[in-house]
Write a protein that binds this ligand. Structure first.
Ligand SMILES: Cc1cc2nc3c(=O)[nH]c(=O)nc-3n(C[C@H](O)[C@H](O)[C@H](O)COP(=O)(O)O)c2cc1C
Length: 199
């Protein structure tokens, strides 16, 4: 039995390729791990604020010195970290926007990468503190980035591996539904991606 956290970002709901592929991944996980529970966080509806001075001050104030104001400022982050830590498996569903992830997903990541909570620096450098979790990335793109002339513009897969790896999550599988804007490719793109799911 696993606790699955599905994070969606596309505002296109059920029409979204990244959401449809993510849903198929979740279904496979539920079959593989009967009795598992799912929680969904839709970042197109529930948005995380850009980090400002109140959040940064709160993040770097020791727990014993925190005031009500500090707690209020880090509430979004504390809730996001609690959901992350409660999950065994993350399914992150994201489109490619302008060669990167949507800013809503970046904002959420800024709230879960927390010094002293999800990573820390020691004598040997950075250490991720989020252990034993698995991440599936469902990545939708209008173009093709896994092969061909745009491979060198695939910043998203390396960024997501880096940021999740930094907090300790190194077991990452990236599944792509790509070419969703390319005639002759788009019709088969989702089906091909679903066929590649292996949990
Ligand atoms: C604002 C915006 C920016 C986009 N930028 C890119 C891009 O840089 N590269 C690309 O291949 N596709 C890009 N696309 C196309 C989307 O990645 C593609 O339509 C994808 O299937 C959307 O995911 P969804 O179906 O989950 O919403 C962009 C789409 C939008 C709306």
């Amino acid at each position: 039995m696993k606790r699955i956290l599905q994070v969606t970002t596309s505002p296109r709901g059920e029409a979204s390729y990244s959401n449809q592929l993510g849903n198929a991944i979740v279904q496979e996980l539920l079959t593989a791990h009967p009795g598992s529970t799912t929680e969904t966080l839709d970042l197109s509806q529930q948005q995380y604020p850009h980090l400002g001075v109140p959040q940064l001050v709160s993040f770097f104030t020791p727990p014993e010195a925190k005031t009500e104001e500090h707690h209020a400022a880090s509430r979004h982050s504390d809730d996001a970290v609690a959901s992350l830590l409660a999950a065994d498996i993350l399914v992150i569903c994201t489109p490619l926007y302008n060669f990167n992830i949507p800013s809503s997903l970046k904002a959420w990541l800024d709230h879960i990468v927390r010094s002293g909570i999800t990573f820390r620096y020691g004598a040997t450098g950075a250490e991720g503190l989020v252990k034993g979790k698995k991440v599936y990335i469902s990545l939708a793109s209008g173009g093709i980035f896994s092969e061909g002339p745009y491979v060198e513009y695939d910043f998203v897969s390396s960024y997501l591996k880096a940021v999740f790896g930094f907090i300790g999550i190194t077991d990452i599988t990236i599944l792509r539904v790509e070419g969703t804007a390319i005639p002759g490719v788009q019709d088969q793109a989702l089906e091909k991606a679903v066929q590649r799911i292996a949990v």
